[in-house]
Design a protein around this ligand. Structure first.
Ligand code: RP5
Length: 185
């Protein structure tokens, strides 16, 4: 496996260097038109040093590929799948039906209906087949959740998440200091 870049291509400089790193997270999406929305997930995983792969798998246009991908995912060593889709967004739910891995769904906002169609398609799963659904277009949270899932059994990623949370607190506190307060603490 070569380290994928955030646009799904492989950087020539990376070839050979990281050939043995197996991806822990799979980022899949229904169409290349989802890439601008899903790319931030890849950026977060890069930031945390989580090996990942990124590709297009469409529930409707490439159903056989979806079956193959989802059925093999855990055997290839993936620990979580982030699936983004828009409109009649069946990809996350169908993948969750086919894999025992945790699936995180990202509702992608399409050209109509403000992404509520995608949200409802992904979040309204039947009992027994969970998809952890994040907010519309919030691929960042999908990746952070994937890091937490992996971190539950890997102290390196757990510590990195604790650090991320602390950095976030500090950055908000700086803004509070900058803004000042009016009558409260
Ligand atoms: C879904 O249909 C994709 O996930 C995408 O969000 C939406 C539109 O796809 P394109 O027509 O832009 O390829 O399957």
């Amino acid at each position: 496996t070569q380290k994928p870049s955030t646009d799904g291509s492989v950087d020539d400089n990376e070839k050979g260097d990281v050939a043995d790193i197996s991806p822990l997270v799979g980022i899949i999406m229904g169409s290349d038109s989802d890439l601008p929305t899903m790319r931030p997930a890849a950026e977060i995983l890069e930031q945390f040093g989580v090996p990942f792969e990124l590709t297009i798998v469409s529930a409707h246009r490439t159903p056989d590929r979806m079956f193959e991908y989802a059925r093999a995912a855990h055997k290839r060593g993936l620990k979580a799948i982030i699936a983004g889709a828009g409109g009649a967004a069946h990809l996350p739910g169908m993948v969750a039906a086919l894999t025992p891995l945790p699936v995180i769904g990202v509702p992608v906002k399409g050209r109509c209906l403000d992404g509520v169609d995608s949200l409802h398609s992904i979040v309204q799963m039947p009992r027994g087949v969970p998809v952890a659904t994040v907010a519309i277009n919030n691929a960042v949270n999908a990746a952070l959740l994937a890091v937490r899932i992996i971190g539950a059994s890997c102290p390196t990623y757990l510590d990195a998440m604790a650090q991320y949370m602390d950095d976030m607190r500090v950055s908000v506190e700086k803004k509070i200091d900058h803004l000042g307060t009016t009558g409260w603490k």
